[in-house]
Write a protein that binds this ligand. Structure first.
Ligand code: PHB
Length: 250
C-alpha cells in the first residue's frame, strides 16, 4: 500500500477519515473531515470522493457526507455481531415484554463494551446506551460482566488504566473492582446501581458460545426497582440464546 510523505499508509488514512464520524457528528464536509483526520485538504477531498464513488460514504445536495448504507451492509455481512444479534433478538423481546425496560446486547471491543442491540419500552426510564455506542468496561453492568470473563491480561490492563467516573457512584478503585469481578464470576450476574447514572441500575448476565463468554445481556432499571425479576428473565433468555447459538453452529 502506497505510503504518504508522513509515512502513513492509504489504509491508515481511510480509517482516520471513517473514524471522524460519530453518533453526534454524522454529517461533515470534506474539509471538516480533513481537519479532524489530520490530513491535507486535497488528500481528504480525494479520499472522500473515492469513498463516495465506492458507496462507503454518501453525499447529499449541499455536499455534506455521511457513512454509506453500503458500509453497514458490508460490515454486517456474515459478521459475529449479526449472528449474535439474530440469536438474541427474539429472547431480548421476551425480556423486554416482561420487564418493560431497556434490554441490550453488548460485546467486548477494544477494551470497551460495544452495544449491538437495544430494545426500549415506551415507559422505560433513562438509558444512555446507543446501538453501535460504547461504554467503559468498569462502569457499566455489561462491561463488568465482559471484564469479569476477559483474559487476565486484558483485565490487568483495564484495571491499571485511569478508571474514569461516569457518575459519582462509578467504582474507580481497582482493588474494589477486582473483588466485584470475582463476585460477578461467582454469582453469574452484575448489578451496577447508579454507576452510569444515579437514576438507574444496570443488571447484566454473560452469554456463552462454545464455553466462552461472547456477550452480555442487560437491562437498565429505574434505580428503585428490585433487580431479582430482571435477573430471572435475563437468565431464562440467556438459556434460549445459548441454545440458538449452538443450533446455529451445527
Ligand atoms: C449499565 O449497564 O450499567 C447501564 C447502562 C446504561 C445506563 C445505565 C446503566 O443508562
Amino acid at each position: 500500500m502506497a505510503n504518504s510523505p508522513s509515512g502513513d499508509s492509504m489504509t491508515d488514512r481511510i480509517v482516520r477519515v471513517l473514524e471522524t464520524f460519530t453518533a453526534e457528528r454524522s454529517m461533515q464536509s470534506a474539509s471538516e473531515i480533513g481537519r479532524r483526520a489530520g490530513l491535507p485538504s486535497s488528500t481528504a477531498h480525494r479520499i472522500v470522493d473515492e469513498l463516495v464513488a465506492a458507496g462507503l460514504l454518501e453525499r447529499d445536495e449541499d455536499r455534506r457526507v455521511h457513512l454509506g448504507m453500503r458500509l453497514w451492509e458490508l460490515a454486517l455481512r456474515g459478521s459475529t455481531a449479526l449472528r449474535l444479534r439474530q440469536a438474541a433478538l427474539p429472547h431480548m423481546e421476551a425480556v423486554q415484554a416482561l420487564i418493560r425496560e431497556h434490554t441490550q446486547l453488548a460485546v467486548l471491543e477494544q477494551d470497551e463494551a460495544l452495544f449491538l442491540e437495544r430494545l426500549s419500552h415506551p415507559d422505560a426510564g433513562a438509558n444512555i446506551t446507543r446501538v453501535a455506542g460504547r461504554l467503559p468496561l468498569h462502569a457499566s453492568s455489561s462491561g463488568i460482566v465482559l471484564l469479569a470473563h476477559a483474559p487476565g491480561e486484558l483485565r490487568d490492563r483495564v484495571l491499571a488504566s485511569p478508571l474514569r467516573a461516569v457518575s459519582p457512584e462509578t467504582v474507580t478503585d481497582a482493588a474494589r473492582l477486582r473483588r466485584i469481578l470475582a463476585e460477578v464470576r461467582r454469582a453469574g450476574v452484575a448489578v451496577a446501581p447508579g454507576w452510569i447514572e444515579s437514576v438507574s441500575t444496570g443488571v447484566a448476565v454473560p452469554i456463552r458460545d462454545a464455553g466462552e463468554v461472547v456477550a452480555a445481556l442487560s437491562v437498565v432499571l429505574p434505580r428503585e426497582a428490585p433487580p431479582e425479576p430482571a435477573i430471572t428473565a435475563l437468565r431464562a433468555a440467556v438459556r434460549d440464546i445459548e441454545l440458538a447459538l449452538r443450533a446455529d453452529r451445527r
